[in-house]
Design a protein around this ligand. Structure first.
Ligand SMILES: Cc1cc2nc3c(=O)[nH]c(=O)nc-3n(C[C@H](O)[C@H](O)[C@H](O)COP(=O)(O)OP(=O)(O)OC[C@H]3O[C@@H](n4cnc5c(N)ncnc54)[C@H](O)[C@@H]3O)c2cc1C
Length: 383
């Protein structure tokens, strides 16, 4: 069968671009589709975790350096996290590993620029996938504009509402393994050192937190997220909760008196990792949010998206070399993700549930963290 592509990657966020970069020089015909035209926004906290940068540096140090250059005007390096407990106890944690905050509008565009510059990937923007079918012969992807594309293997990197996952590896929505979060951009926020991210934990809204992250150019990403099952049980409107926090929380009120809101409050879902969700389907590998790989404790998923995208690239190349796309050929990808990410995500999910059930433990941890040697132990357990 004459295929359009050997590997067709759906979604050009961190997972999809990492997968395309991982396939650079493989000699395979690689397609990368996205429904959006870049640069495009993605509702996020914009904190780029250090494991994402480490994974890209390991892949190619020059590309990682280029990513820093491309985001230079839209980035703030992160050195410190300030955490405030529900009772108001504060802890500051200083980080050695390089990490930065950068609006996804620019960060994801920079990743796609690397794909454009350094790979032969056929990039198709404004290409929304409507349906995906697979059989022994190959995969067919039907686009909303009526076009249809074929491939030997599809890599689903199309985020929390993945069309690829829905079609080839469906899993029911479990609200106890899913977060909802909202965010808006502000400027003129007071008392935020440029290299410091703030996390506020709240007694009323457990298994979640409010954040204030500087993202460069005098802007701040301000948001709030919590477990979707709790949102449903408490019948919360998270946009109203964020507005109320900014107007009433004793740590936020003095800092937001001069602040100007630049964008409307927008929300999006976070499929949490640590579940038994299938990571493969017929001729399909899933990565990032499509595979539900978000850290349940801290809510970051850019790092696991990049890492799973790179693992998928490696396994896609092996499947193509062996011309083997059956379940036994795809299973090593799921095993690799489980080894690299899955076990840790499952541990962190259990820890998140424990802390949500035992607020006294959260308070105790904050008090214990006032003592530097214990703080180091706690930070190691949570980081
Ligand atoms: C409010 C909020 C705050 C967050 N804060 C952080 C944070 O600070 N740090 C962090 O690390 N993580 C954070 N996350 C999680 C992070 O945003 C995701 O884990 C990350 O974006 C996953 O990357 P991805 O490539 O898997 O998916 P995405 O970034 O969602 O990319 C998916 C791509 O697929 C495209 N697509 C979707 N459907 C189709 C289709 N049918 N056809 C074609 N293309 C399609 C989309 O346009 C998009 O470009 C946050 C999430 C939320 C909701």
């Amino acid at each position: 069968m004459p295929y359009d592509y050997d590997v067709l990657i759906v979604g050009a966020g961190p997972a999809g671009t990492a997968c395309a970069l991982g396939l650079a020089g493989s000699g395979l015909r690689v397609g990368l589709l996205d429904k959006a035209q870049f640069p495009r926004d993605k509702v996020c906290g914009d904190a780029i975790p250090s494991p994402a940068l480490k994974a890209l540096t390991r892949l190619n140090p020059a590309w990682a350096a280029e990513l820093r250059e491309l985001t230079a005007g839209y980035r703030t390096d992160m050195r410190t996290s300030r955490l405030v407990s529900p009772a108001g106890t504060g802890v500051s944690v200083h980080w050695q590993a390089p990490a930065f905050n950068s609006p996804r509008l620019q960060f994801d565009d920079a990743l796609l620029t690397l794909v454009r510059r350094h790979t032969a990937t056929d990039i198709r923007e404004n290409s929304a996938v409507k349906t995906v079918t697979a059989d022994a012969q190959g995969v067919t992807v039907q686009l909303a504009d009526g076009a249809s594309l074929t491939a030997r293997l599809v890599v689903g990197c199309d985020g929390a509402h993945s069309a690829v996952a829905r079609a080839l590896a469906p899993a029911p929505l479990d609200r106890t393994r899913h977060c909802a979060a909202v965010r808006a951009y502000f400027e003129e926020v007071d008392d935020v050192p440029a290299t410091t991210s703030d996390f506020l934990f709240l007694g009323r809204y457990r298994a979640g937190y409010c954040w204030v992250f500087p993202v460069g150019a005098g802007r701040f990403n301000v948001g709030f997220g919590m477990l979707s099952s709790d949102v449903a049980r408490q019948k919360l409107d998270l946009k109203l909760v964020l507005q109320e926090l900014l107007a009433t929380h004793p740590h936020l009120v003095p800092r937001f008196t001069r602040a100007r809101q630049l964008t409307p409050i927008q929300g999006f879902g976070l499929p949490l990792g640590g579940s038994a969700r299938p990571l493969t389907g017929p001729r399909a590998l899933l990565c990032g949010d499509a595979a539900a790989l978000i850290d349940p404790l801290q809510g970051h998923g850019i790092d696991t998206a990049v890492i799973s995208g790179l693992l998928a690239a490696d396994h896609a190349a092996r499947c193509c070399a062996a011309d083997a796309f059956g379940p036994e050929a795809l299973a090593p990808y799921a095993a690799a993700v489980q080894r690299r990410l899955g076990r840790d995500l499952a541990r962190r999910y259990r820890l998140m549930r424990l802390l949500a059930r035992a607020p006294w433990l959260v308070e105790g941890a904050f008090r214990a963290a006032q003592w530097p040697p214990l703080r180091r132990v706690l930070v190691r357990a949570m980081a």
